[in-house]
Design a protein around this ligand. Structure first.
Ligand SMILES: C[S@@+](CC[C@H](N)C(=O)[O-])C[C@H]1O[C@@H](n2cnc3c(N)ncnc32)[C@H](O)[C@@H]1O
Length: 395
């Protein structure tokens, strides 16, 4: 599975100084390695997802490249050693291709995917991972994203309560899956057991930020932004952090657990009060409409229709189906933009491009027509794609 991430491109002679600054700030991506550029004159330094979206002036001369990260095999040696100690060389080499050598960090939790053929070794996998990552509290196995709320089916398979590692009868006080994650310099509360959140979307969110800045430059004012599938709000975290970018905001989701976490996050990012529990979509401040709502029905409310310069559509398996009901949310008195994600078979991309162009109003003059760009594999046959559509103002 591809792991696209930010890398800082630094000429070889400057690497040492830059690396000192990056490590002092804790911005080096854990478990990834620094590698040479194609021309051999520079190094690509992998940045942690928690590193600020805008790096400080001292680093701003260096280009940021979004490309696939390379695993630091040395970090992994530990986990293989522990696994081999627990199971013996024979078993480890028998299932060589199946062991979960990659994993995702969510705060002090680690998420791994365990193939069916090695399910019977789940506790040994959990133990080996905990032994090789001393700062990890909880290990969860990921059964994939399910249902309308796109929640991951997560099972706690191991935990640490110093000085003990548990793979069964895990004490309830260490089993909480609610965590605070630092992404692009901002804290996000999330609980992947009850609401969708993925660290893998960070680079997507940074791309959205750069499109939003482009749209702001065209409109010459802060944007009205609508994120009707916002989950716990990670896309908004990056946008709100940018000064004078977000004017009015509508943020909603169909999952009440996500809305509860969204309120907690907005309270932190906006420094204003929001309810503690989920509430139906409503206006809380002159520039904030937040709450529980079915995205396909929001434009039926005249107060919310025709108001938004930037519309985010992040429900990739239903984006195309929902688009007709979302378009009326756009503010057509000026250029506007939709940024969406779609899951599709590679062979169907031309057809879906055609469909999207049919559904959407005309493309803004001088801008490219919306087109799916493959971001990564979703499964062997399906691709996760994104698109941006610049929409012409209505005469
Ligand atoms: C793939 S997640 C994306 C969440 C968030 N934008 C993010 O990047 O983390 C899709 C979200 O859409 C929500 N959802 C599904 N159907 C919906 C609907 N009809 N109206 C509003 N939200 C919906 C789910 O609960 C889920 O939080």
């Amino acid at each position: 599975m591809m792991n696209m991430m930010r890398h800082l491109l630094v000429s070889n002679r400057k690497v040492e100084g830059v690396l000192t600054l990056i490590t002092e700030n804790n911005w080096l991506a854990e478990g990834q390695r620094i590698f040479s550029s194609d021309d051999g004159f520079s190094r690509l330094i992998p940045l942690s997802p928690s590193a600020d979206a805008d790096l400080p002036k001292s680093l701003s001369d260096f280009e940021i490249i979004i490309c696939e990260g390379k695993l630091d095999e040395r970090v992994d040696t530990d986990w293989w050693n522990h696994l081999t100690e627990l199971l013996g060389k024979e078993v480890v080499s028998k299932y060589q291709e199946s062991w979960p050598s990659s994993h995702e960090f969510l705060g002090d939790m680690m998420v791994v995917r365990i193939n069916d053929d090695i399910k019977s070794y789940t506790s040994e996998i959990a133990k080996a991972k905990l032994l090789s990552h001393p700062s990890i509290r909880l290990i969860l196995s990921d059964g994939g994203v399910m249902g309308e709320f796109r929640i991951r089916e997560l099972e706690v398979i191991g935990g640490r309560k110093e000085p003990t590692i548990y793979t069964e009868k895990i004490p309830s006080e260490i089993k909480s899956t609610k965590v605070l994650i630092k992404e692009s310099g901002r804290y996000i509360s999330c609980d992947p057991k009850v609401a969708y959140y993925s660290t893998k979307l960070q680079t997507e969110r940074l791309e959205t930020l750069s499109f939003a800045k482009e749209l702001r430059a065209e409109l010459d004012r802060p944007l009205s932004i609508c994120d009707p599938f916002c989950g716990v709000g990670p896309a908004l975290s990056t946008l709100i952090a940018e000064e004078d970018l977000v004017g009015d905001l509508l943020a909603s989701d169909l999952n009440s657990a996500a809305v509860e976490l969204l309120f907690e996050n907005l309270q932190r990012w906006d420094k204003r009060d929001y309810p503690i529990e989920s509430e139906n979509l409503q206006r809380y401040y002159d520039d904030r409409i937040v709450g529980l709502a079915d995205a396909t029905k929001i434009s039926l409310n005249p107060e919310y229709a025709g108001k938004w310069d930037l519309l985010l559509v992040n429900l990739p398996h239903r984006t195309v189906e929902f688009l007709p009901k979302l378009v009326p949310l756009l503010n057509r008195t000026n250029t506007s933009m939709i940024r969406g994600r779609v899951i599709v078979a590679e062979s169907e991309i031309p057809l879906i491009n055609q469909k999207i162009n049919q559904i959407l109003p005309p493309t803004a003059t001088g801008k490219p027509r919306p087109e799916l760009k493959i971001k990564r594999d979703y499964s062997s046959a399906l691709r996760l794609c994104s698109f941006e559509a610049w929409i012409e103002k209505e005469n």
